[in-house]
Design a protein around this ligand. Structure first.
Ligand SMILES: NC(=O)c1ccc[n+]([C@@H]2O[C@H](COP(=O)([O-])OP(=O)(O)OC[C@H]3O[C@@H](n4cnc5c(N)ncnc54)[C@H](OP(=O)(O)O)[C@@H]3O)[C@@H](O)[C@H]2O)c1
Length: 304
């Protein structure tokens, strides 16, 4: 099967490509230099030339809470542009199967946990990542409309929870929670600091899945595409407090100091846990334990 993987040089893309099951597929993963997805005509030309059997759309502008708060316009416009281009070009070129990656940020911020797929567009979005969420919702709805209107086209969306792992971003404002913690705690250890500062009071809960597990899921989704639901959460199904993530990283790195909580800083939604009933029914669950995943991620961090 020939797979066009967008965002192949990103964290999700690289973990997918390095998964053992990737070898079953002929993967096309052009870099941004080889194919800028904001160029619609370029995308059409690429699809006509390469004729993929399926597209996994895993490209986009992705970042942590600080980056999202500072640049909602950038997150909205870049993701909308790339999403529309890929989905529209796939439709126009007759690529019959597409897996679009959404994000659990698309869920309303006032729901009872766990978040079910039917709750999309039923309430207010979390303001700290609204631009990003709107762009993701638009792409999901485009896929739904196309699948409904054109029987020969099946464009489906998955909604991964937060992801961490090797190839993550650790040092800049784009860093997500776990890589940012790894960087902070590692720095504290090597510089002999006794305290590590934490945004918020540490009680907000987050669901983080190891990126290698998502990689494995994507290849299984290609193999069993027809049975994949139209929209499906792909998550752990359980979560940890931010304080617990700090403690887990500290135990892996060997930090024995204190955490200094700063409740004046934003932490986003208090809780964001996806409902995994559909994915369990579909026959898939992630299998990497948190400590094991943090160890692998820390090994990658140290190799940089
Ligand atoms: N990371 C998470 O926690 C998480 C959670 C849920 C869902 N997701 C979704 O998973 C997908 C991948 O996320 P990620 O964490 O792998 O992000 P990432 O590491 O930032 O990778 C994004 C990839 O998209 C590429 N890209 C962006 N704009 C492009 C353009 N105009 N043309 C060509 N390539 C472009 C980037 O290329 P460059 O390297 O050239 O910039 C990069 O390869 C996104 O759709 C995201 O919403 C991620």
């Amino acid at each position: 099967m020939r797979v066009f993987l967008t965002g192949a040089s990103g964290m999700v893309g690289r973990n997918a490509k390095s998964h053992e099951n990737a070898r079953q597929f002929d993967i096309l993963g052009p870099t941004r230099q080889e194919l800028d997805l904001s160029d619609f005509e370029g995308v059409v030309k690429f699809l006509k030339k390469n004729k993929p059997d399926i597209i996994i759309h895993a490209a986009g502008k992705v970042g942590g809470i600080k980056a999202n708060i500072e640049d909602p316009y950038g997150f909205l416009i870049e993701n909308i542009t790339v999403g529309i281009n890929i989905i529209r070009a796939a439709k126009e070129c007759g690529v019959s199967r597409l897996i679009n990656l959404g994000s659990s940020c698309i869920y309303p911020n006032d729901r009872i946990i766990p978040l079910r797929e039917t709750e999309i567009l039923t309430g207010p979005l979390e303001p700290t990542n609204e631009g990003y969420a709107l762009s993701k919702i638009l792409a999901i709805r485009m896929c739904d409309y196309i699948s409904d209107q054109f029987s020969e086209l099946n464009f489906k969306s998955i909604i991964p929870c937060n992801i961490y792992g090797p190839f993550d971003k650790f040092r800049d404002d784009s860093a997500h929670l776990i890589p940012a913690i790894i960087h902070k705690v590692h720095q504290a250890v090597i510089s002999g600091n006794e305290t590590v500062k934490v945004w918020g009071d540490g009680s907000a809960r987050r669901e983080f899945m190891f990126a290698g597990d998502l990689g494995g899921f994507l290849w299984e989704a290609c193999n069993r595409f027809d049975s994949l639901p139209q929209i499906m959460n792909v998550g752990l199904g359980h979560d940890y407090t931010i304080k617990e993530y700090y403690e887990a990283v500290s135990s892996v790195i060997g930090f024995n100091g204190q955490f200094e909580f700063d409740p004046s800083q934003p932490t986003g939604m208090k809780r964001k846990l996806t409902c995994t009933k559909q994915s369990i029914k579909w026959g898939w669950t992630p299998n990497t334990e948190l400590i094991q995943g943090i160890k692998q991620t820390y090994e990658y961090y140290k190799s940089l």
